[in-house]
Design a protein around this ligand. Structure first.
Ligand code: NDP
Ligand code: GUE
Length: 284
């Protein structure tokens, strides 16, 4: 049986309508949600995402600022810019596009962003709050995945979730969000012995590896929910995920495609977090 395709683009569009309407309401109170994106250097892939973020901000009636810094910018200059944005009342969200050039300490940069404006959810304060189940800015890709499942009516409690990948931005936090929703979670990574043994037990399998066609039909249990986070280019230069879509979609129960799966949700949840941050300013 062919899998049901989870249409991330359509679900993102639905969420964006809700966000746009909240943005309008907030504007009546004199607050326009504002997002600042900092792009260091001239990485082509990064530029595509950044352009998408700006376009979405405009679509939703939000204020957006793009700060482009040269590849050779010093860490001090970058930290000074972040400090300025931390104090700017028109800016509710700050995103520093990762990865950063090698000479810049990524941890220092992330920790310099005010946790109140950390709409990526990468600051240790937000990560800690997420882990302890408190209100926090949730990281956009993991959060987007949870929203996709919720919108599809796929329950999580008691399910065995296997996450392949343990990065700080995707793998680790997505497992934590599943745990918060009462799943049983297994993490796999490059040192995992017998990956297939683990993945083939998953009710919900999340692939966040960064290798095209890494997960094939033999890795997947019949009827499983397969979430493909990967954004890769194949030999032909075509955008593809970590999952061999054609064969896995014959075996899975549900599957996210690439493009139009998890990616559009990442940007949507970034807008959601920026809106949330702007709303928070009205409470103080
Ligand atoms: N759709 C979206 O919105 C987003 C997509 N992405 C995409 O998701 C993918 C993953 O991104 P990210 O998490 O940042 O990547 P990282 O490179 O930071 O992490 C990759 C993870 O995969 C693991 N891994 C690598 N090789 C193997 C292997 N042979 N077997 C098992 N595990 C392995 C690594 O293990 P170890 O820790 O042991 O090295 C690591 O934990 C990329 O394609 C990226 O472009 C990322 C962010 C958002
Ligand atoms: N601080 C920071 N925060 C991030 O959230 C962040 C980052 N750095 N660095 C890079 C990764 C990657 N990422 C994506 C966002 C949207 C799509 C997306 O919209 N993808 C479309 C296709 C886009 C295309 O055509 O290239 C889709 O999958 O349909 C993909 C990837 C956010 N990231």
């Amino acid at each position: 049986m062919a899998a049901i395709i989870i249409d991330g683009k359509e679900i993102a569009a639905k969420k964006k309508v809700e966000i746009a309407s909240e943005v309008q309401k907030l504007k009546e109170f004199g607050v326009t949600p504002g997002l600042a994106v900092i792009l260091v250097g001239n990485n082509h892939a990064s530029r595509t995402y950044v352009t998408n973020k700006e376009k979405t901000c405009r679509e939703l009636g939000m204020h957006s600022v793009l700060i482009e810094l040269p590849e050779m910018v010093t860490q001090e200059e970058l930290l000074t810019k972040i400090e300025e944005l931390n104090g700017d009342p028109a800016i509710h969200g700050i995103l520093v596009q990762l990865p950063l050039p090698k000479h810049i300490d990524e941890t220092r940069v992330i920790e310099s962003i005010s946790p109140l404006k950390d709409v990526d959810g990468f600051h240790p304060i937000n990560i800690g709050r997420m882990m302890t189940g408190q209100d926090a800015f949730l990281p956009c890709t993991p959060y987007g995945i949870m929203v996709l499942l919720e919108e599809m009516g796929i329950s999580v409690a008691g399910k065995h979730v296997v996450v392949v990948g343990r990065s700080n931005i995707v793998g680790k936090p997505v497992g934590q969000l599943f745990l918060n929703q009462h799943a049983t979670v297994t993490y796999c990574h490059s040192k995992t012995v017998d990956l297939q043994y683990h993945t083939s037990q998953a009710d919900i399998l999340v692939a966040a590896v960064g290798v095209a066609n890494f997960i094939n039909a033999d890795h997947v249990k019949e009827g499983a929910v397969v979430i493909d986070v990967g954004i890769n280019r194949n030999e032909a230069g075509k955008l593809c995920g970590d999952v061999a879509f054609d064969e896995v979609s014959q075996k899975a129960g549900y599957i996210t495609p690439v493009p139009k799966g998890v990616g559009p949700m990442t940007i949507t949840m970034l807008m959601y977090n920026t809106l949330k941050s702007a709303k928070n300013t009205l409470r103080f």
